[in-house]
Design a protein around this ligand. Structure first.
Ligand code: GLC
Ligand code: CA
Length: 549
């Protein structure tokens, strides 16, 4: 494992919504290849590709039926090889989604496992007998309802932490692990550069959570063998290639991250932690949100930045295919000027921290949430199931309340087609897009922004250049200023040679920088043209300053 991941800037491509090259309404691999120059121009040097494998169409490609085949809607293996070649020719590496907590129930392993109790494949999944004639225990699926599904063939239940078409693999079975490692080597031998590992903190489920004992819903994440399995994977696969890896670990803490992302390279390069994207979650469900309380957000970043310094490596992200659009969430998208300004401010805030930044397609344009009117428009299994459960079964929310939640938090927000132009279908496709484009593509699109020096795109370009030019962004210590302030997020990066000050006014009112955040020095970038008094910040203003000695 090299350490190029420390200088990586990752662009996440959700292929289904990125670019449709063959005009069937669905984004595809040739579409990604066509747009490599765009990604290159932005300055990203790694692409994380969401799943492109053969799948059963239930959860956006996360229900894989064949790990070694490309889904026909995305193209062919030749298309993939060409994409990899073209990316590498531009100095862009590609990391793939590794989804090995579960497979589709259409995967050959599961079909064999389901068919009879005596095949060695039976133990590849988590089968349990009924408890008192019903489900083995109270384990709940993340996509609503019981995590157990009865299979009529044998009368036993199998575990699915997500949709019932996504059966959980049994990682305690050695052959499962070896099967996964073989598949990983197969892709790495092809020349890919690493993996983003889907819900990797869930693979080593504690045995007691799986007992058919009628017990309650228990935590299946970070079981006792979690790090053992990851170190084994590292020894047998990752350490033999020059890879970058990032684990999706919603349960991770600063303490567990010190193992997962240890700089000794014994497990993964880094992880995605979830604490900063949970700060606005109301206690009851992910669906309810509280307004952002800035000191809480700052406290989370401070903990990760200082906690991992010199020990492990951070990832930095606001957005991905599971999260609402950041400018609609922590910024302000109600008028055009505020949208542009707050998208830049959020970019500056994140990109100057220590870690590897991830940009989700369209984030660099300040793309916003989608104004969904009714649940019939949703294509996301998570939102649809939650709507049925909370509105129709349990009557815990009215349709209007739930739709308001889905508009704020639903995953469809991130999955509307990429906005390339102001034309029909945003230049994404020539036919009917698989998912509606956001009507605001007439204003927010790549064509309008590339080359416009005041655009969000140009601002992201500059942030990436600053990262490449100033070592303090890679190596400096993080020091939070004004932790209690409810408007301003300000911090210093210091590598002993240079001190960089980053200031972000998260509010739409004027704000004041207190004495400990003096900003004499050279302004590298900001989101207002006119100079103003040094210690005053205008609404959603940001500045990055190299401080005077
Ligand atoms: C991860 C993916 C998400 C998917 C889930 C199940 O959280 O990011 O999109 O639904 O895992 O694979
Ligand atoms: Ca297509």
């Amino acid at each position: 494992m090299g350490d190029w991941f420390k200088r990586a800037v990752v662009y996440q491509v959700y292929p289904k919504s990125f670019m449709d090259a063959n005009g069937d309404g669905i984004g595809d691999l040739r579409g990604v290849t066509e747009k490599l120059d765009y990604i290159h121009e932005l300055g990203a040097n790694v692409i994380w590709l969401n799943p492109i494998y053969k799948n059963s169409g239930v959860d956006g490609g996360y229900d894989i039926s064949d790990y070694r085949a490309i889904a026909p809607e995305f193209g062919t293996m030749e298309d993939f090889d060409e994409l990899l070649r073209q990316a590498h020719a531009r100095g862009i590496r590609i990391i793939m989604d590794l989804v090995v907590n579960h497979t589709s129930t259409e995967h050959a392993w599961f079909k064999e496992s389901r068919a009879n109790k005596d095949t060695p494949k039976r133990d590849f999944y988590v089968w349990r007998p009924p408890f008192e004639g019903g489900v083995p225990n109270g384990e709940r699926s993340i996509f609503s309802g019981s995590a157990w599904e009865k299979d009529e063939a044998t009368g036993e239940y199998y575990l699915h932490m997500f949709a019932k078409e996504q059966a959980d693999l049994n990682w305690h079975n050695e052959q499962v692990r070896q099967g996964v490692y073989d598949m990983m080597r197969w892709w790495l031998d092809k020349g890919i550069d690493g993996f983003r590992m889907d819900v990797i903190d869930m693979i080593a489920k504690p045995e007691e959570a799986l007992a058919s004992d009628g017990g309650p819903h228990r935590n299946v994440s970070t079981g006792p063998k979690e790090h053992l399995y990851l170190r084994e994977m590292n020894r047998e696969v990752l350490s033999r290639y020059d890879t970058m890896t990032v684990g999706e670990t919603s349960s991770a803490t600063v303490e567990s991250a010190a193992d997962y992302a240890n700089l000794d390279g014994s497990e993964l390069s880094m992880i995605f932690q979830f604490q900063h994207v949970s700060v606005d979650e109301a206690p009851k469900y992910k669906w309810c949100t509280d307004p952002l309380h800035l000191p809480k957000l700052k406290c989370v970043f401070d903990k990760w930045e200082t906690g991992l310094y010199g020990k492990a490596w951070n990832s930095l992200y606001w957005n991905n295919h599971d999260q609402p659009r950041i400018v609609s969430r922590f910024g302000c998208d109600s008028d055009e000027a505020s949208r542009v300004r707050s998208a830049k401010m959020l970019g500056a805030c994140l990109h100057m921290m220590q870690g590897t930044p991830y940009i989700y397609q369209g984030e660099e344009l300040g793309m916003t949430n989608y104004p969904m009117k009714s649940i019939d428009e949703s294509l996301d299994v998570e939102s649809i199931n939650a709507y049925h459960e909370l509105v129709e079964e349990k009557h815990e929310m009215t349709p209007e309340q739930m739709m308001a939640c889905i508009r704020r938090k639903g995953r469809d927000n991130a999955r509307t087609p990429m906005q390339w132009t102001a034309e029909k279908n945003a230049g994404f496709t020539h036919s009917k897009p698989w998912m509606p484009v956001n009507p605001n593509h007439t204003v927010i699109n790549a064509q309008a922004q590339v080359g416009d020096l005041d655009s969000v795109f140009s601002f992201y370009q500059k942030l990436i250049r600053i990262r490449q030019e100033y070592d303090v962004v890679i190596d400096g210590r993080f020091e939070l200023l004004m932790p209690e302030d409810e408007q301003v997020f300000a911090y210093i990066r210091d590598d002993g040679k240079q001190r960089m000050l980053v200031i972000c006014n998260f509010s739409d009112r004027d704000a004041v920088l207190t004495a400990d955040a003096q900003m004499e020095g050279q302004i590298l970038i900001g989101n207002y043209h006119e100079e103003r008094e040094k210690q005053k910040l205008r609404p959603t203003e940001t500045r990055i300053v190299i401080l005077k000695e």
